[in-house]
Design a protein around this ligand. Structure first.
Ligand code: AMP
Length: 307
């Protein structure tokens, strides 16, 4: 099944305990599309500036990502700069965000992309997420959305308008608390259900993920990773694995959403083992399957009861 993503294609400058990278290929749509490409055909809607390197375009094409709706405008590509706490990778500070060509971006979808079966509104301005959704010529089977504090803090009204229209909402625990005003995750998920989405996926970094889906609750740990190089894009890679798996299987049942959570967790665990999208380079399906098996291994146990 076809999968479409709108989001940022960016140059990231990142500093972690493992080192630094300047202007490395990043962005929510980049991580999402590269990750999901291991499962299904994915198309990207985004804008890049005229400073975007041909070699970076080629990287996306190498994953067979459809970039026919990746438009080039004069000006600079979106830039994001962040630094991670050297003693706690869960703590990140955004030092700079430059929207650049995204300021005046008007996404135009091709005829094919308007008919995509699955749509992911990755982290980007809520009005661009809305402009993408409203162009769809048929309602996708699933519309999912991710966002971040940048938009929650300053664009809450627009963000709420688009959240009302989606099926699945991805947020991390801090974002959902700040958006809903609820510190308890069950209460926060309930607030979101009242607005519209029937599935809420709350990411908790190295503490895993919890999914609320129409009365069902599912939790998964994060795979313990010893060599965390750069957590940037973990959330988008997680979403890419999740949506890519659903699009590949074309199954939106609760059991399949649970499997998709693990597929997402596998891809998120890989993303953090390298800067930018480096870890996905030469990644094989066998490595993905191995990690999937490790997940089954670390989460299952035999029992005859506890009393
Ligand atoms: P994550 O680590 O999953 O939160 O994703 C980080 C990615 O999001 C980086 O590659 C950034 O380029 C991108 N990003 C950061 N801030 C924004 C923003 N305000 N809008 C869109 N994308 C962003």
């Amino acid at each position: 099944m076809t999968l479409l993503v709108v989001g940022s294609v960016a140059y990231d400058s990142v500093s972690t305990a493992a080192g630094t990278r300047e202007d490395a290929l990043g962005g929510s749509a980049t991580y999402f599309s590269v990750s999901s490409s291991f499962f299904t055909k994915v198309s990207v809607v985004a804008v890049i500036g005229d400073d975007f390197l041909e070699s970076d375009k080629k990287k996306l094409l190498d994953y067979k990502i459809d970039i026919s709706n990746l438009s080039t405008e004069s000006g600079n590509t979106f830039r994001w700069k962040g630094v991670y706490d050297t003693s706690d990778v869960n703590i990140r500070e955004t030092l700079d965000t430059q929207l650049n060509v995204f300021e005046n971006f008007n996404p135009i979808l091709s005829k094919n992309n308007k008919q995509s079966d699955y749509l992911f509104l990755a982290n980007i301005a809520p009005d661009l997420q809305m402009k993408t959704l409203t162009q769809m010529s048929k309602r996708p089977k699933i519309v999912a959305l991710d966002t971040m504090n940048f938009w929650i803090d300053d664009h809450k009204k627009d963000l709420t308008s688009i959240i009302e229209k989606v099926d699945i909402l991805f947020m991390d625990n801090k974002e959902i608390s700040s958006f809903t005003g609820e510190t308890n995750l069950i209460a926060a998920a309930r607030r979101i259900e009242e607005i519209g989405p029937s599935t809420i996926v709350i990411k908790k970094g190295e503490h895993g993920v919890i999914m609320f889906n129409k009365g069902d609750v599912f939790t998964a740990p994060a795979l313990p990773i010893e060599n965390v190089i750069d957590p940037t894009g973990a959330g988008d890679s997680f979403a890419g694995g999740f949506m890519g798996y659903i699009a590949k299987t074309n199954d939106t049942s609760n059991q399949n959403l649970r499997r998709a959570i693990i597929a997402g967790s596998v891809m998120g665990s890989l993303a953090i083992e390298g800067f930018s999208i480096e870890r996905f380079n030469k990644l094989t399906k066998n490595e993905i399957e191995d990690r999937f098996s490790r997940f089954i291994d670390i989460t299952s146990f035999k029992t005859t009861g506890i009393t």
